[in-house]
Every structure is written in structure tokens, then in C-alpha cells.
Design a protein around this ligand. Structure first.
Ligand code: DOR
Ligand code: ZN
Ligand code: ZN
Length: 427
């Protein structure tokens, strides 16, 4: 098929290394048919799915089963993060590179993350085993101490200053410091997810500068929303980690643009409207976002840096949503860069179109977006995965999807010299 690119930018297919597609067990919130369509419409061709399903993915052998369950529904290619519980640490010894890019550790918790590792002895053991096996850890490192204080059950802030004083500014400082200490002790590669505060960002930057194998992620929603939005959007932007102040948002943008952030993620973690309508104290944290990831990043960049050329903005988008995650998670061989050939992954991005997002544009199963009413700049018009058109939105009245045939990707080493070196150790 020949596609007229007519003034659009050729971007490498996006890689979203942080989605919760909720299979098995939570498919009323999201499933692979809907999640992967949302991805395709947002220019994303590869996702890495989180393990906090019911049951959670903690048995390495079940990865293959999960892959065969979901691949027939998936428009995009995929890999998994393996989960770990206090009772399943020894499973990491059998984990093979094909089964997971990495292991997800929840250091703190909420409704949808039942397997929280609070015991410092267990945490130490996980870091030790991961280091021995060359496994990269990805961590939800939010401070328990601030958890209740951050809770939206408190009187809603009436303004920016009230929010600042009601919300302590440590975020994940304590948990991140623990991670850094464990990395120093064991040499484990650690990637901290959804960093939300300027303090954490500074701390992690310093650790990386000191030569520790520490990297971090920032989400599109922490770059898009800040305290004042919580009054308007309420439970829709009830998230873990919580949305923070304008100042934090600004510092996260600085970190993203200067190259300190290894990858952007959506943390696509949908909950139904009904669940979100519960009393705020019971509304589960999380929002859909895989479709909005690239668009919100680009829109934010245009607003924040009006003098930046389109070329430069596109280079940043490609780095943050394709090259960065491909390098980090060992997808570099076939993903993350524009490859010429029949198996290319790319999206044709119209950088000039402006449009207002409405619920009818969203493909996540829950059918809502925290970005409803936003004027977006830019949109993926056509998305191609391994040479097949999976999204064609050139006629906004009649967008078309391709056929679901996403594949479970083969592994490349997540950590050079580590994980793959163990490839032959067990059958
Ligand atoms: O807000 C969140 N929701 N943060 C997480 O870390 C997990 C997620 C979910 O699974 O709902
Ligand atoms: Zn998390
Ligand atoms: Zn998450």
C-alpha cells in the first residue's frame, strides 16, 4: 500500500512501556481489543503491560499463556512486566528474558495493586536476586508516610496555596532513597515509574550522575495536569502518585527536555465511570492515557516552548516515546527507530491540526478521558505496525482500524550482559 504522507511527519511507532490492559480478571475496566485500539489511534505500536491483574502475573510460565490469550485481540505488539509478591521472589530465578522485560515492584499500594512489598528484608532480597540475574526492576516508589495525607478525602483544596500546604512535598523521596541505597548495595538496574515531584526528580538525577544504574519515567498526566485541575476533574485525576503542583510540573518538563528522563509512559490504568463516581475516598486511582500519550506530550511542548521548531519538537517526541523506551527495555533491534522495510513501525503525525478532544474520540473501554475538552495540537493520522496499517484516521468521520495480529516480541537483553547471559540456564 502506498500512503501519501502529504506534509506529515514520520515518527517511529510509539512504545508505551507502562499500560494496564487489565487481562485477566479486570476486563470490565479495560481489555486488549480496546486498549490496543486506543494505542494505535495514539500512534503507539508496542506496549509493555503491567502485572497487577487478577490473578497477578507472578509465575514466569504463565507469560506464554497470557500472550496467547491476548494476541488475537491485540492490534499492537507487546511484552510484559512480571510481578513479584512476598511469596514469589524465588520465581525470579527462573524468569527468562522472553517472558518479561523487567520485574514490577509495588513498594506502596492501592486498590488495584494488592501485592505490596513493604518488608525491607524481602525488598533487599528482590534487589539481590534481580542483580544476580541481570533483571531490571521497575518500581512504584511512593511514600506510605504521605499516603493518607495526600488522600483526597481531605477537604478539597480551595486554591493553589491551600493545595501546596495540604499536600506534603516529599512524594516518593523516602521510597526513592531506599531504592537508591539498594542499588548502591546490590548494583541492580532500577527504573522508577511515574516520578511526580521535583525533589524525586533531582534525587534520581543525582544518583544517575553518580554512576548508579538508576533511570526514571515521567507520565503524560504529570506533565499535563496540576493542582488547580483537581477541583475541576476530581476523581478523574485521582492518581497514584497524585497530581502535584504547577512547580513540580514545570520541573518535570525541565527534566524531560534536558534528557534526564529515560522514557515517557502513559500509566494507562482505566477505571469505569461508575467506579470513579464512588465517594472520592473509594474511587480507585488511575486514568486511561495510551491514546493521549504522544498527543499530550506534543501539545504540551508546543504550549510550553512556543519558539521551538516543529522539527525539534518531533525529535523530542521520537526520543521520549520510541528510542528511549526501546533502549531501556531491549526492544532496539526492531522497534524504536524508523526502519526502512516491510516490517516498519511508524505513525504519520500531522503537527499542525488542532482539535478538541471529546469522549467520542476515545477508544479505551471505559469511554472517558481526563483530556475531554482539551484543544490538542497534532494527531497521528495513520499508524503502521510491522508494515500493516492499524489505524487510519485521515477521515475523522470514518476512522478505520486494521486487523488484530499483534505479536509477543522476542527478547533482547534488558540489561547488557545480564539477563540474556542466563538465557540457556533452564529449559
Ligand atoms: O493510579 C494508579 N493506578 N497508579 C498505579 O500505580 C496503578 C494504577 C492501577 O492499576 O489502577
Ligand atoms: Zn504505579
Ligand atoms: Zn501503573
Amino acid at each position: 500500500e502506498t500512503i501519501d504522507a502529504g506534509g506529515r511527519y514520520l515518527l517511529p511507532g510509539g512504545i508505551d512501556p507502562h499500560v494496564h490492559f487489565r487481562t485477566p480478571g479486570l476486563t470490565h475496566k479495560e481489555d486488549w481489543a480496546h486498549g490496543s485500539r486506543a494505542a494505535a489511534a495514539g500512534g503507539v505500536t508496542t506496549v509493555i503491560d503491567m502485572p497487577n491483574t487478577q490473578p497477578p502475573l507472578i509465575e514466569p510460565e504463565l507469560a506464554a499463556e497470557k500472550a496467547s490469550t491476548v494476541s488475537g485481540d491485540s492490534l499492537v505488539d507487546f511484552r510484559f512486566h512480571m510481578g513479584v509478591t512476598v511469596d514469589s521472589v524465588e520465581n525470579l530465578r527462573r524468569l527468562q528474558p522472553r517472558q518479561a522485560t523487567s520485574v514490577k515492584v509495588f513498594m506502596t499500594g492501592h486498590h488495584t495493586a494488592p501485592n505490596i512489598i513493604r518488608d525491607p528484608v524481602v525488598l533487599d532480597r528482590i534487589f539481590q536476586v534481580a542483580a544476580e540475574r541481570g533483571i531490571r526492576l521497575v518500581l512504584h516508589a511512593e511514600d506510605d508516610s504521605v499516603f493518607s495525607l495526600l488522600d483526597e478525602t481531605q477537604a478539597p483544596p480551595t486554591g493553589y496555596d491551600a493545595y501546596e500546604s495540604a499536600h506534603p512535598r516529599t512524594g516518593g523521596i523516602v521510597a526513592s532513597s531506599r531504592v537508591i541505597e539498594l542499588v548502591r548495595k546490590h548494583g541492580t538496574a532500577a527504573h522508577i515509574l511515574h516520578v511526580s515531584s521535583s525533589e524525586e526528580s533531582d534525587l534520581l538525577k543525582a544518583a544517575a550522575k553518580a554512576g548508579l544504574p538508576v533511570t526514571y519515567e515521567v507520565t503524560a498526566h504529570h506533565l499535563s495536569f496540576s493542582a488547580p485541575d483537581t477541583q475541576r476533574l476530581g476523581a478523574r485525576i485521582r492518581l497514584r502518585p497524585a497530581i502535584r503542583c504547577e512547580k513540580d510540573k514545570g520541573r518535570l518538563w525541565d527534566a524531560v527536555m534536558e534528557g534526564s528522563v529515560a522514557s515517557l509512559g502513559s500509566d494507562h490504568a482505566p477505571h469505569t465511570v461508575e467506579e470513579k463516581l464512588l465517594a472520592v475516598a473509594d474511587a480507585p486511582p488511575g486514568l486511561p492515557g495510551v491514546q493521549e500519550l504522544i498527543i499530550a506530550l506534543y501539545t504540551g511542548m508546543r504550549r510550553r516552548y512556543p519558539g521551538m521548531s516543529t522539527d525539534e519538537a518531533m525529535r523530542h517526541v521520537a526520543r521520549l516515546t520510541a528510542e528511549g523506551p526501546a533502549d531501556l527495555f531491549g526492544l532496539g533491534g526492531r522497534k524504536g527507530r524508523i526502519a526502512v522495510g516491510l516490517d516498519a513501525d511508524f505513525t504519520l503525525f500531522d503537527p499542525d491540526v488542532t482539535w478538541i478532544m471529546a469522549a467520542k474520540h476515545t477508544y479505551a473501554k471505559v469511554g472517558w478521558s481526563a483530556y475531554e475538552g482539551w484543544t490538542f495540537t497534532g494527531r497521528p493520522d495513520v499508524t503502521v505496525r510491522r508494515g500493516e496499517t492499524i489505524w487510519d484516521g485521515r477521515d475523522p468521520e470514518q476512522p478505520r482500524f486494521g486487523t488484530a495480529s499483534g505479536i509477543w516480541l522476542d527478547a533482547e537483553p534488558a540489561v547488557p550482559g545480564g539477563f540474556t547471559a542466563q538465557r540457556e540456564t533452564s529449559a
